[in-house]
Design a protein around this ligand. Sequence first.
Ligand code: MD3
Ligand code: FE
Length: 215
Amino acid sequence: MSADTLDLFDRPALQPIAPGALLLHGFALAAASQLLADIAQVITAAPLRHLVTPGGYRMSVAMSNCGPLGWVSDETGYRYSAADPLSGRPWPAMPPSFRALAAEAASQAGFDAFEPDACLINRYEPGARLTLHQDRDERDKRQPIVSISLGLPATFLFGGTRRNDRPRRLPLVHGDVVVWGGPSRLAYHGVSPLADGGHPATGRCRFNLTLRRAG
Ligand code: MD3
Ligand code: FE
């Protein structure tokens, strides 16, 4: 390839986003069909549902969890719970495919021995969004968070450590993996309303897996 020929999409495989934050383009592509089959299994046992915020709003994103702990919200607050409030039973086990990919991605970003105990599954349909927030319900903030994007593209909003810091817009596409740690761990972030479309792997939606060490 000649020096002036642009690489496909002109994106490096590993893209630093901010101190402690690294975007791994396409890192989940090879595993995507396994990940989606495993998501289907998990959400059969623990169905996706629209949680209610402590403020009384129904979330537009539908959620479920797997692993020892699951993130839940209701009128009384946010918390991690070992049981699915819909069934009273433990969340489904974390599929090895999720665990392995998260540990590999974290290691690429310099976080060794990442052992997530919580995986939140977010499903976005067209129009669904996540308003700016921090993830601060986890015990050890030195542990990174790994997120895996599948299906329709989204515009991720990445702000600073103060809510009023103007967020940067970061496109995330099928197969992208992001590791958030160090100084980025408490950054405000969100997702713009999902644009309508269709994706061969997921149909008319986006899945995001958020892997965390919560307990
Ligand atoms: C940046 N989910 O579930 S994951 C969430 O695409 C959440 O569904 C988004 O934010 C989604 O809480 C984004 C990416 C993410 C997760 C945690 C972060 C980005 C982060 C923590 C600090 C900074
Ligand atoms: Fe978050």
